[in-house]
Design a protein around this ligand. Structure first.
Ligand code: FAD
Length: 467
């Protein structure tokens, strides 16, 4: 008799309620990563690279305790046939807010109940349980601040760390070890440099928490400045569940000054809010939360989209962000907001096109955060920035990268420009450009659109929507 531990975004041993529950059945545990091929939110690109390495890291830790991780990409029926073949008498997993995964979890729960197999859904992917947080009227919150206040009452302590030596593991040979399987990244040539920068897996997450960000004591003041390492960069570790948000919160409470810890907690709760929204409003994966935007006049433009993706818009802060993304698989939050605003407002390209590019290129690609982030910036999300608030890419750069350090790192062809012109090279004289080795239109592009004009056009489109 076996207990199936169906792993998804909980690739860790610490604070993992599903793992604890699986071990508590006192029978061999079969840890299994099922990569459901019908999931429209399967990782591609950079996320795939991370996932592959995260699974390997989990498997290495598991092997050290005598287990082996099973991985497969059968369809639902293939998965359940194997559950029967391996005589699983109990199934446990962490409840997901992602629509497809949540639906498959419900389906498996119903199937298991019919088969007389015990099935348990546990928390642990978020800091709070989404169904416990309700407005006074009993419905879901749609605005962040009251949601945040309500959450504070419901954050649970991390689950006890289990003694893995108590666990007995069931090993199965699926005949498609994940070294050789579909879990290989699909674009290895572009992700090559990631290994130098990231260490996927639980140990990597703990290293970041304990060593790289033991205490960000100026987090609230400096978290918006992209050239400074003043954010945790834990997002991919969090997405793949290599560390739990509750464990991070406990660490931060113990080691950071109170005000900084609270500022950080707010971000962790933004993460929960994204999941909460997806749980209650699953349609937002593809449709605007604010239905007023269903008829918005987006302007499909493959050439502009390509220029944005390749970091050649002629707006240095936008280009630096898009190149940081391509080179490292990650982008600073302030810059994510600037580039998303530029795509949806200056270029009026649909937020779904931006979200798709982020999905493919971010190592922390996360359905809930990505959708919520894009809808928030585009103005169509829950509690979103109003559409008419259009980020000015020049003043944003001047404010958050005043010395141009971030731009010089990712747009080296502008490195020799004086700070005065680094955010708007087109304002520099021919002499200054010549001295900096910049030829606009050749070594660096002219701006793809005029900021003031694009802003007016976007505002007019928004005004049309309000009619
Ligand atoms: C257009 C857009 C798309 C985004 N796509 C993603 C995505 O696919 N995956 C992703 O994890 N985040 C996404 N974010 C949110 C945010 O940019 C990242 O979580 C953050 O930059 C990660 O860096 P960090 O770990 O250093 O953050 P920190 O500042 O150290 O924050 C700690 C953690 O809190 C959470 N967090 C921080 N900011 C936010 C936020 N604004 N919304 C929700 N959670 C937050 C993250 O899990 C993060 O790791 C997106 C934001 C925007 C504007």
């Amino acid at each position: 008799m076996t207990t199936l531990l169906w792993l998804s975004q909980d690739l860790r041993f610490d604070d993992n309620p599903a793992l604890n529950a699986a071990i508590s059945y006192n029978q061999p545990v079969l840890p299994w990563y099922w990569d459901d091929p019908s999931n429209p939110a399967l990782h591609t690109g950079a996320g795939r690279w991370w996932l592959t390495h995260s699974l390997k890291a989990f498997n290495d830790s598991l092997r050290a305790t005598g287990g082996v991780l099973a991985c497969s990409n059968h369809d639902f029926d293939g998965f359940t046939q194997r559950i029967l073949a391996y005589q699983c008498k109990a199934i446990v997993f962490s409840a997901s807010a992602e629509p497809h995964l949540a639906q498959q979890q419900r389906r498996l729960y119903e199937w298991a109940t019919e088969q007389g197999i015990a099935c348990r859904r546990l928390g642990g992917l978020s800091m709070t349980q989404h169904d416990l947080i309700k407005t006074k009227a009993g419905g879901p919150y749609k605005v962040f601040t009251p949601y945040y206040r309500a959450c504070l009452q419901h954050i649970e302590s991390p689950a006890a760390t289990v003694n893995l030596s108590d666990a007995a593991w069931q090993q199965v040979d699926l005949g498609d070890g994940f070294e050789r399987s579909h879990l290989q990244p699909w674009h290895p040539q572009w992700a090559k440099g990631f290994s130098a920068r990231w260490r996927p897996g639980e140990q990597g997450a703990l290293e970041v928490l304990n060593t790289a960000t033991p205490c960000l004591d100026r987090y609230s003041e400096r978290r918006d400045f992209p050239s400074e390492d003043m954010t945790s960069q834990l997002s991919a570790h969090l997405h793949f569940g290599e560390i739990s948000p509750r464990r991070i919160w406990q660490h931060v409470q113990q080691h950071w000054p109170q005000g900084e810890a609270e500022a950080f907690l707010r971000q962790l709760i933004w993460r929960d809010f994204s999941r909460y929204l997806l749980h209650h409003f699953p349609h937002i994966v593809a449709k605007p939360f604010n239905t007023k935007f269903s008829g918005f006049s987006w302007l499909p433009n493959a050439t502009y989209l390509k220029r944005w993706q390749t970091g050649t818009t002629g707006y240095p802060i936008v280009d630096a962000g898009m190149r940081q993304l391509w080179q490292t698989g990650w982008m600073h939050n302030r810059v994510r907001m600037i580039v998303a605003s530029f795509l949806t407002k200056h270029l009026r390209i649909h937020w779904c096109d931006g979200a798709a590019w982020f999905w493919d290129t971010l190592v922390d690609a996360d359905l809930a955060n990505n959708i919520a982030g894009w809808q928030w910036v585009a103005g169509c999300g829950a509690d979103a920035a109003p559409y008419f608030r259009i980020f000015n890419p020049i003043t944003q750069g001047q404010k958050f990268d005043a010395q141009g350090e971030y731009i010089r790192q990712y747009v080296p062809e502008l490195a020799a420009l004086p700070n005065k012109y680094i955010h708007s090279p087109w304002l520099a004289s021919e002499v200054i450009l010549g001295e900096a080795g910049v030829t606009l239109g050749q070594s660096y592009p002219q701006p793809i659109v005029d900021h003031a004009q694009a802003r007016q056009i976007a505002l007019a489109a928004y005004a049309d929507l309000s009619k």
